[in-house]
Write a protein that binds this ligand. Structure first.
Ligand SMILES: *Cc1c(COP(=O)(O)O)cnc(C)c1O
Length: 374
């Protein structure tokens, strides 16, 4: 069996026996986030001589890596994170996989990795969702989290863009990222550490950005905060992101509220949730803006009441309200400390589209080729 895009032929090596349904249902009842994986994965190889080749859907299994594999030493790797949702009609749809395919290419380019054609990325997602659609949860706030990744699989300690690269796509049935629901978080403004600098890799989805952020996250926890907020690396004043999520600031109330998110300066990750919420914000009649805000303005806005809500957004956790801010100098609260009205309205609008409970005017859902029982 095989499946073909115009560029690449996929071998379909399905597992001979499936996990019994009661066993699968037991795992799906309490999946956690990114903790369990489905029965298949997609693998595609690339080398300088043959380009992309040996594309296959195969059994999910551990990798065997030579200790000299380049990615283990020099971190030449990129990833994506997107979700497939059980639809109101029982089908399955992935959210904006084309936008993720395009960002995956841009990340690869920045890391000197080969660019996977977007149609191949989409075909990989179709094949895996088709093979493992029984693993797409239907509980509210649950989804099939899809994790495409690419890494330098060349065995070499010499520093150069790898001549041998592997693409993998795995899938993890997941519950809410924050298991206690939409609970506002407290953030730590770090002035000791930076996530990204001009000319660096901040706009690419690459693990090194995360590795470099872990110590700041630990510092946030030491100060009793849930998450770290990244400031610009030069003045340590301009607000960029929160952990692995983009930030949005809401000014004013009700229908006249204005939603502002820091502009993409090259050191921020261009979030697809951020982009979707800017669009939905406009649809809902809010004024939306890509701008900038510094720490003093954040504090002053909360104190004079003009800045009413702050939330973080990303695929994994959707929208996370920010209730309070701490830094080495000051601490303050935002609004009444609960989830804001505009934040929750935006969240609801996005989640309803993702689940097929509302119409999809922007064509964001990519419906899987699965036969399903109603
Ligand atoms: C992935 C990511 C985001 C959010 O992007 P989405 O496309 O909305 O999931 C934001 N910031 C960082 C640093 C990220 O890695």
């Amino acid at each position: 069996m095989s499946s073909r895009t115009s560029s690449l032929q996929f071998q379909l090596n399905r597992v001979p026996t499936r996990l019994p349904a009661p066993e699968r249902e037991r795992l799906l009842a309490k999946p956690g986030f990114g903790a369990i994986f489905t029965e298949h994965m997609v693998r595609i190889r690339w080398n300088a001589e043959r380009g992309w080749h040996d594309a296959e859907l195969t059994a999910y299994a551990p990798l065997s890596l030579d200790p000299g594999t380049a990615v283990l030493h020099y971190a030449q790797a990129v990833f994506e994170g997107l979700k497939a949702f059980r639809q109101a009609d029982g089908g399955v749809a992935a959210f904006r996989p084309d936008a993720h395919a395009s960002r995956f290419r841009r990340s690869a380019r920045r890391l000197a990795l080969p660019e996977l054609p977007e149609e191949t990325f989409l075909e990989a997602i179709d094949l895996l969702v088709e093979a493992d659609h029984a693993w797409v949860p239907s509980a509210p706030d649950h989804s099939l989290y899809l994790r495409p990744l690419m890494y330098a699989s060349e065995v070499s300690l010499s520093v150069h863009p790898a001549d041998d690269v592997t693409f993998l796509l795995i899938a993890s049935p997941s519950g809410p990222y924050f298991p206690r629901g939409v609970k506002p978080v407290t953030v730590w403004l770090t002035e000791d550490y930076s996530r990204a600098a001009p000319g660096g890799t901040g706009a690419a989805k690459t693990g090194g950005n995360y590795a470099g952020g872990l110590l700041a996250q630990a510092q946030a926890a030491e100060h009793g905060c849930d998450q770290v907020v990244w400031l610009d690396s030069f003045e340590h004043r301009w607000v960029e992101e929160m952990g692995g999520m983009n930030l949005c600031f809401v000014f004013g109330h009700g229908d006249t509220a204005r939603v502002m998110t820091p502009a993409l300066t090259g050191t921020l990750l261009p979030g697809i949730t951020r982009d979707s919420l800017l669009t939905l914000g406009r649809d809902l009649g809010y004024e939306t803006e890509e701008g900038r805000i510094n720490v003093d303005e954040w504090r002053a806005g909360c104190e004079d009441g003009s800045l009413t809500e702050v939330f973080a957004c990303g695929t994994a956790a959707v929208i996370t309200p920010v209730a309070a801010v701490k830094s080495a100098r000051a601490s303050w609260t935002i609004g009444n400390g609960g989830p804001g009205e505009v934040s929750m309205r935006l969240r609801q609008a996005l989640v309803e589209i993702q689940r097929g409970a509302a119409s999809d005017p922007h064509g964001w859902l990519h419906h899987a080729r699965v036969s399903f029982e109603r």
